[in-house]
Ligand binder design. Structure first.
Ligand SMILES: Nc1ncnc2c1ncn2[C@@H]1O[C@H](COP(=O)(O)OP(=O)(O)OP(=O)(O)O)[C@@H](O)[C@H]1O
Ligand SMILES: O=P(O)(O)OC[C@H]1O[C@](O)(CO)[C@@H](O)[C@@H]1O
Ligand SMILES: [Mg+2]
Length: 530
């Protein structure tokens, strides 16, 4: 008997009927039942934006109680190529996997998005667990894979490239792997290179990307033409939020053309701004490297009278690096991030806090994420907004701006002598090779992506959800950006650790943040909202 599942969420849901009592999880299209929206009076916007689709088995079976289980499924090539042949997974013969008790991941293994639950709560959203499947949908000698890297740098990209190549070759005997050079535009305007385990053997010891990268230049039709012309049937796309949006479009076009091409996204971003996954690779390395800059700032300001150190770290819209680097360090007096607006003058402002700390300790360190205070900087510089080739807003240097503001205030207004030290290690932090734990993480991501593509999944992003690697529909990670939530405990931990002002003193400021984040949470939440 097939259980019913509720499906609430992404713009393009992939529905699977989940049969808990059989070994097979049928992948088949079925007519979608009329959209049924539950009335939730307190959440009118959800009703507007989200769709609840209830799939029920044809034999009329109704579970006694709807336990609210939702599978956010990823597409499978058989969705539009129903006659695609499958083969036994070559890992069956692999020496490496010979002693693994359960070599293959069952189609019933899923990973829960929410692991903190209350008694009686709905089971909520789940994703397919990543890993090798019993049957594959490509013969090893038929595979022609390609790898592309897009967007900004991040520690660990080379490790992911290396492990995709080695994973395909060592585990599945694939020999035909192309490196697309220079990001998306490389599909149609650059040369490719053949990637073998020998070619990529040492690249993980270097920062950057062996394949080079770029922003802009995503032309879906040209890219898919090129994929088709070259006979590529597995595409591994390493990149951030923008790149994943591009990957989603490539998958849609591949599906439209009915091509047997598995499209796999591997999330990469130094900003940790990709939704759903626990953390992006290279983030730990970046936080570790940031310590060197913060420590240097601390040494400098400790050694002079009234020293004020400013360290600028990356983080366009999400202040994770600044927040976690601050929490890790203890010498930081104040952390400023894009999510938490701050102000300089008056009661509860930054100038007042700096003066207090200087009286107390004779020095202080401020960590600022590059995306913080952008509106102030733009106002004072009368700068107009400019964008990069991908359409991302180009940031103004908030570190320089803040240094000048503090200097002016204390010298001219407070008539105090102060020693400003500004350190901008932004590119140094993301250009280094990944550390040991990120290398392991990159290896897992690469191997999971390879297993998923070989198993015939497509249009998926791979990543850890509550520490278990999962296949996530790309739309799930592109719909929202992961940002620091001021109403979550981590930000409170930071405030408790630095004792800095929260800058939420204005009338209704706290309530505004709570309202904004609650609404965002409501907009983003899936099954838990019904
Ligand atoms: N909405 C979109 N649709 C299709 N392609 C996109 C979209 N947004 C961005 N891209 C493409 O994805 C690539 C990378 O995008 P972007 O420069 O925004 O970096 P990113 O992937 O977000 O990485 P990072 O986090 O390092 O900035 C570019 O080639 C860009 O053209
Ligand atoms: O690599 P570019 O184009 O200088 O862009 C820098 C941006 O890229 C990121 O590293 C990732 O988006 C941001 O933190 C930063 O603002
Ligand atoms: Mg981005």
């Amino acid at each position: 008997m097939e259980a019913s599942i509720s499906f609430l969420g992404s713009t393009k849901p992939n529905i699977s009927l989940f049969n808990p009592s059989s070994n097979v999880l049928p992948r088949r299209d079925f007519p979608l039942p009329a959209l049924k929206l539950k009335k939730v009076s307190v959440l009118p916007r959800i009703l507007h934006q989200k769709r609840l689709i209830r799939a029920q088995c044809s034999d009329g079976f109704k579970p006694e109680e709807d336990d609210g289980f939702v599978l956010e499924d990823v597409p499978h090539l058989t969705k539009f190529l129903p006659d695609l042949p499958s083969y036994p997974n070559p890992l069956k013969e692999s020496q490496a996997y010979a002693i693994v008790k359960r070599t293959f991941v069952s189609s019933e293994d899923v990973v829960a998005q929410n692991i903190v639950v209350q008694k009686g709560s709905k089971r909520g959203v789940h994703f397919r667990r990543a890993g090798p499947r019993e049957r594959v949908y490509f013969r090893s000698d038929e595979v022609k894979a390609c790898i592309v890297t897009c967007g900004g740098l991040c520690p660990g990209i080379n490790t992911v490239i290396r492990e995709i190549v080695c994973g395909l070759n060592n585990m599945y005997g694939v020999n035909n792997i192309l490196g697309i050079q220079g990001g998306y535009r490389g599909f149609y305007s650059k040369n490719t290179m053949n990637l073998t385990p020998k070619v990529v053997n040492d690249i993980h010891k270097r920062g950057g990307t062996f394949l080079q990268t770029s922003r802009g230049g995503h032309d879906t039709a040209k890219i898919v033409d090129n994929i088709q012309d070259r006979g590529i049937n597995q595409v591994y796309i390493i990149g951030g939020g923008g790149t994943q949006k591009g990957a989603e479009k490539i998958y849609e076009e591949v599906e439209r053309r009915g091509l047997q091409v598995a499209v796999s996204g591997i999330p990469k971003t130094i900003d940790n701004d990709i939704a759903v996954i626990d953390k992006s690779f290279g983030f730990d390395t970046a936080v570790e490297e940031a310590q060197r800059a913060i420590n240097a700032a601390h040494v400098e300001v400790e050694s002079v009278e009234n020293g004020v150190g400013i360290v600028k770290l990356m983080g366009r819209y999400s202040g994770f690096i600044a927040m976690i680097a601050t929490l890790a360090n203890r010498d930081v007096d104040c952390c400023l991030i894009p999510e938490s607006p701050f102000f300089l003058e008056g009661k509860g402002g930054l100038f007042e806090f700096i003066e207090e700390r200087l009286k107390e300790n004779r020095h202080m360190v401020i960590v600022i994420a590059e995306g913080a205070g952008q509106d102030y900087v733009a106002q004072s510089m009368r700068a107009s907004e400019t964008k990069d080739a991908s359409g991302n807003r180009l940031l103004l240097d908030v570190g320089l701006w803040l240094t000048q503001q503090i200097k002016d205030h204390f010298t001219n207004v407070r008539k105090m002598m102060i020693n400003m030290k500004y350190i901008d290690p932004t590119y140094m932090i993301r250009a280094i090779p990944s550390n040991a734990s990120d290398n392991v993480y990159c290896t897992l991501l690469a191997q999971s992506a390879v297993h998923g593509a070989m198993a015939g999944y497509s249009g998926f992003t791979v990543g850890p959800v509550n520490s278990r690697h999962a296949y996530i529909p790309i739309s799930q990670v592109t719909e929202v950006t992961n940002t620091v939530k001021l109403t979550d405990r981590m930000w409170a931990r930071l405030l408790a650790s630095t004792n800095q002002p929260s800058f939420l003193t204005g009338e209704g400021a706290l309530q505004n943040v709570i309202d904004m984040e609650t609404q965002e949470k409501i907009d983003n939440m899936k099954i838990s909202s019904i």
